[in-house]
Design a protein around this ligand. Sequence first.
Ligand code: ATP
Length: 259
Amino acid sequence: MNAKPVIELRGIVTRFGTKLVHEGVDLTVMRGEVVALVGGSGSGKTTLLRHIIGLTRPAAGEVSVFGAPLFSGSVKEQRTRRRRFGVLFQHGALFSALNVAENVGFPLRELRLATHAEIANLVALKLAMVELEPSTALLMPAELSGGMVKRVALARALALEPELLLLDEPTAGLDPDRSLAFVELVRSLQRQLGLTVVLVSHDVDTLVALATKIAILSDRRIVSCASLEETMELDHPFVESFFRKPLGLRPLARSGGAH
Ligand SMILES: Nc1ncnc2c1ncn2[C@@H]1O[C@H](COP(=O)(O)OP(=O)(O)OP(=O)(O)O)[C@@H](O)[C@H]1O
């Protein structure tokens, strides 16, 4: 049986100065799930992702990943655990002074996991995975379109063959066609590689296409984590404003809770 959650958040409390952002956030993500974290602007979605990655630590509560508290065990154990997840930051966050191949190969070089020749092969493989031409490898980030930046960032996130992928606004800044193509790519890779995914997105189409569950962050807590169908049945102001308003009329910033 494979019943251990990939991510378990228990009683997360986050404060920035006097501002309370999370007050007892609980969330469980099981293997193979694609959980979309939604909530009003400033409700603390990105901060929660940062806690899961270990970039920030909550004031109270526990973040467990792959069955163990994030900061437990030896440095070596923590590094090994860290290697099991990949992150796609908002806007891609590529290193502007490195070309595409160097960006994608960066995690492999950093961890000295492979020789030069092996890294070159792996980079070529990852670029093919995200459907980029081999010639892209030598381009600099400034020479890439928005859609290509996302694909390179995704290739880098997949460099260490993670089991867990965290995506912050994966389609932000892309036009609808590129957005759709990128969502299809993520969906197909998620299925092929059996990835567990947590994503933050303001784009309803992205969520609907990808998510197996929608977790709503409101009033400083996760108020619901359920399938799209169940979520749509909820009588909650965020669901009303986010999912039920016709396209173009959806306010993105209602029901934040943290304000
Ligand atoms: N490092 C920080 N220092 C102070 N306040 C912060 C910091 N990071 C986040 N905040 C505040 O915490 C709250 C939650 O921020 P966060 O970015 O997690 O929200 P979000 O739900 O991702 O928002 P959005 O949907 O607008 O991206 C906001 O009010 C933000 O201003």
